[in-house]
Design a protein around this ligand. Structure first.
Ligand SMILES: Cc1cc2nc3c(=O)[nH]c(=O)nc-3n(C[C@H](O)[C@H](O)[C@H](O)COP(=O)(O)O)c2cc1C
Ligand code: SF4
Length: 642
């Protein structure tokens, strides 16, 4: 269930819970400065300003105007975390005063996100990935050595007396997938302070980790540029590695913003008609037809409409959206502007996972320079169209990629999914009609506008039109993002990445991510289409392809997946909250040879729990939490000889 990272496997002993009666807790000047830098200075005594002004005694503030600021809660908490390294009672109390949010409510939000620490923690934190793709690249051995040399990972709720909070103090924590699977073992270094900084770390070594913990970064391997691999003409990766992602001029020279100009000339209805004709389906996992979604939102009479680009990308093994955002950020801005225009949105949000600092920086630069050049703002390209984009960073919660959880997260609540209906097209962000699209989905839009929907649909076929990005990692020679036409086989995708590294034998492939399924080495002729995957009782999910060679301990991989779901369940509904725990427990009992009633009875229990989660959970997390485990049991036969 949602709680800060580092909590795994730790008993409740010694755990300190914050008292949520915060009236006496006062912020330090550092905390006050961090919050004011985020929210602006207080406007009155009612929101944290100095008392005694005559005006404040006669003018009441609050009500709607304060409620309208609730959406600043997560950014304010993130500002505290970035400046001080953790969120103290005083800091939280000040945020509550500034935004008029009840402390218990704000506490519930702060404790929801793994990147926010509500217990004392050093300002320098090294997040080391121990997830499945990095396991294939030596993460377990690296972590063991790091534990020996640097001591154990920082615990979630340590005894405060033993936490060093000096400016040069540092800690390391275990992390679920950081979305850097092609560069594993991966890490993320966060340095808090007045000028906070973040570094994504590729091919982590113990020496580099120790250096970072000691305060240096000289030996930290920089992240190599992406090397895209394609079958056929690339549409989405066309500029990756070729066009400077930090230059507006370079983007324009490479054909950027021509599609936006054409879309404005064609008109919204025609753009939507083309997207419908293209057959484009969502690339975020659910494969819903994009044109239908856009059409539904555009027809809503309730205003305003909102657009959200879902860049949360926290499914283990997924990193395609990061590559697009880091390497072609202007294309994301152009695509969103076309989508906003077509669906009648004047405001768009990019909800990006907190572990993607480079992508965030590049997108922010692309937004600022596009606005300065008139591509965003009150008159997009000199037309009468208004559209602008704001970035919101997640804070370490996989569930916040679920479209309705994003609404709650942006609005300043715990990122818990909402019941559907109402669907987002009718009632989404701030209760208004909202389009939510994945980064890759949106990235297809300029090509559709430029060449027309029917031309787009000529690649691939059936319900699977266009090209698809796959995130290939694990034991392949050249891990990375590939772009292939729908219909390419799994074997061809693996071959494109050089096949299994070191001439080893392929044991299994995880297709579609933690919410996907394992397939066997003799199933590689599977055509990668929505229909092909469905017929094979599999899913393409978010485009994950993790290859495991014959040395990998697959039961450890399955256990890691089960731990991931247990950790990431928001805990809102019983089948998922309890089921993900029971599932992990049963797998642990099998692994330890301490089964209750034998392995067959544990497998029967797993099936019963899995079916309950599938049938009775309210969102996709619970509904898919058994998928990979089930396929490991039934498809790989992983527990047959236990
Ligand atoms: C637990 C969970 C996590 C999700 N994470 C993401 C994500 O990180 N990115 C994404 O685009 N969609 C994610 N989705 C799917 C979204 O709910 C939604 O279907 C998608 O953003 C719609 O965009 P699309 O139609 O362009 O795919 C997730 C769904 C679930 C249930
Ligand atoms: S299925 Fe229920 S408990 Fe699980 S993540 Fe979704 S809403 Fe939360």
């Amino acid at each position: 269930m949602r709680r800060a990272r580092g909590a795994r496997g730790r008993g409740g002993g010694g755990r300190r819970l914050m008292d949520i009666r915060l009236l006496e807790a006062a912020p330090t000047s550092e905390e006050r400065g961090a919050v004011d830098a985020c929210l602006g200075p207080p406007r009155s005594a009612w929101d944290g300003g100095a008392r005694g002004s005559m005006r404040d005694r006669h003018v009441a503030h609050g009500g709607q105007s304060m409620r309208d600021r609730r959406h600043r809660l997560l950014p304010a908490l993130q500002a505290l975390q970035a400046r001080v390294g953790w969120i103290s009672e005083g800091g939280l109390a000040y945020v509550c005063e500034r935004l008029d949010v009840p402390p218990a409510d704000a506490w519930g939000v702060a404790t929801f996100y793994a990147l926010l620490s509500t217990t004392p923690r050093a300002k320098r934190v090294l997040h080391v990935c121990d997830d499945i793709a990095c396991k294939c690249r030596g993460a377990d051995a690296l972590i063991e050595e790091l534990e020996r040399k640097a001591g154990p990972a920082h615990a979630h709720a340590p005894d405060a007396d033993h936490v060093r909070l000096a400016d040069d103090a540092s800690v390391w924590v275990r992390s679920p997938c950081l979305g850097m699977c092609e560069h594993g073992p991966a890490a993320l270094l966060q340095q808090g302070g007045l000028a906070p900084s973040e570094h994504q770390v590729a091919a982590l070594t113990v020496d580099a980790a120790l250096e970072m913990l000691a305060g240096g970064t000289d030996q930290v391997p920089s992240v190599p540029a992406a090397v895209p691999r394609c079958i056929g003409e690339p549409r989405l990766l066309e500029r990756v590695g070729k066009v400077d992602p930090t230059s507006f001029a370079a983007y324009q020279e490479s054909g950027g913003f021509v599609a936006l100009e054409k879309a404005l000339a064609l008109g919204a209805e025609r753009v939507i008609a083309d997207v419908i004709a293209s057959g484009l389906t969502g690339r975020g996992g659910a494969a819903f037809p994009t044109g239908r979604k856009w059409d539904a939102v555009s027809k809503q009479t309730v205003k305003p409409h909102y657009l959200i680009c879902n860049a949360d990308e926290s499914e283990p093994g997924t990193f395609k959206d990061r590559v697009l955002m880091e390497q072609d950020p202007f294309a994301v801005i152009e695509s969103m502007t076309i989508a906003g225009f077509a669906t009648g949105c004047e405001r768009g949000f990019i909800y990006i996972r907190g572990e993607y600092p480079l992508a965030t920086e590049r997108l922010q630069y692309a937004i600022d320079s596009s606005r300065a050049k008139g591509m965003l703002g009150a008159r997009v390209m000199g037309s009468g169209v208004r559209f602008d984009i704001e970035i919101r960073r997640g804070a370490g919660a996989y569930i916040c990629g679920e479209e309705t959880a994003i609404f709650n997260s942006i609005e300043g609540f715990r990122g818990e999914p909402r019941n559907k209906p109402p669907f987002p097209a009718e009632s989404g962000l701030f209760g208004c009609p909202t389009v939510v699209n994945n980064v890759e989905t949106l990235a297809n839009v300029p090509a559709i506008v430029l060449s027309g929907g029917e031309a787009f649909a000529k690649v691939g076929g059936g319900q699977s039109t266009g090209t698809k990005l796959f995130c290939v990692s694990g034991n392949v020679r050249f891990p990375g993002v590939v772009e292939v036409p729908f219909g390419t086989t799994l074997r061809e995708v693996l071959d494109l990445c050089g096949g299994v590294a070191g001439g080893r034998k392929l044991q299994a492939v995880l297709l579609g991510g933690a919410a996907g399924v394992f397939v066997r080495g003799d199933e590689l002729d599977l055509p990668l289409t929505l229909e092909g995957a469905r017929a094979a009782n599999a899913t393409l999910g978010s485009g994950v392809v993790i290859a495991f060679d014959d040395r990998v301990d697959m039961r450890a991989v399955v256990l890691r997946i089960a731990a991931f779901f247990r950790d990431e369940s928001c805990g809102q509904c019983v089948p998922c909250r309890v089921g993900t725990v029971r599932q992990e427990e049963a797998l642990h009992r099998i692994a330890a040879g301490r089964t209750i009633g034998g392995v067959r009875s544990e497998l029967a229990l797993l099936d019963e729990v899995g079916v309950s989660m599938k049938d009775a959970s309210i969102c996709g997390l619970g509904q898919t939490a058994y998928s990979a485990v089930e396929s490991a049991i039934k498809r790989l036969g992983l527990y047959e000889d236990v």
